[in-house]
Design a protein around this ligand. Sequence first.
Ligand code: MN3
Length: 381
Amino acid sequence: MKNIVILGSTGTIGTQTLDVIKNDTTKKVLGLSANKNIELLEKQITQFLPKYVSIGDENSYWYLKSKYPDITFFYGEEGLKNLSTLSEADLIVSALVGFSGFIPVYNALKMGKQVAIANKESIVAGGELLKTVTTRENQLIPIDSEHVAIWQALNGSKREELSKIIITASGGPFFKTEISELKNIKVEDALKHPNWKMGNKITIDSSTMMNKTFEIIEAFHFFNISPNEIEVVIHPESIVHSMVQYCDSSIIAQLGVPDMKIPISYSINYPDRFSYPFKTLDFSQFLTLEFYPLDKKRFPSINFANEVFKNRDLGVIINGANEIAVDTFLKREISWVDIYSIISDTAEKITPSKIKEPEELLIRDHEIKKITKELIKKYTI
Ligand code: MN3
């Protein structure tokens, strides 16, 4: 029996992880955490009977504690810490959104736990620090579909035979929009992702290609590869989830319907595969796979990946500025094209510095966001 803790159980990755394991008798949901969605959390409690639950605020904690006396409840940051370091836990699934997911992942790794991570912001901002507490291979494993694809395509290979990684990108809703039209993009347009159903933050990141930038950064943390060995290619159907090219020009791709439950199941079962009733690709139907080169003029954010590779301490700046810019765009206070400019402005204003402790990183993240909020004023509409 594998004891699993899901941090962020009411979000899109959290709910899909529970969906994967609901009929799997080899997994036990040991712990769940949610921030505010009590209604869904209670449904999950009744269905999965976790032993431990952590919730965002103290009021909800007292309410839940009196209603479910058999469960141990925690709340706030301390709650996430307790949940991510439970001695009975075999695997921590980190499905938290944003940089707030960093500390629980750091603590879990430090305790020697295996962590399946969907929270890319934590890797972008604190990947170097996470490395200092990761002691064995496959202790920190991906959930993201592209990285799970690469992970599978690398199976059994030798590092010296690898020539490049080809990460696919759906292109989001705007990869064919006239460049002159980009400034008129509305929040509703940016939230319409063609293939994947995801949370708001990541859907906006997909529309700006910042999501892909983060995935390149994730790739060099997971697979020890430099950005000049990574190519991004637009593939609107999201069927090929990524590819690996070897020195003999062979390319190994991983394919499947765009359903996050498939990469989640690979990740939580690694090194085994488990049989689940997911939808499969139907080759009796007409199927086209299209590929387009990435236009860096349309999506300049992609250039941040190289910068972060050259200077890892820039990651926290890029991430912090992006979180504020996306949040402000969602409030309709800036335009879509300004997201890139705001991140650039912030990166120009702040000098990256070496960070040695997680607490330092939190302070840094806070300072960066404050500066971004100042810089953003000249863009607000
Ligand atoms: Mn992805």
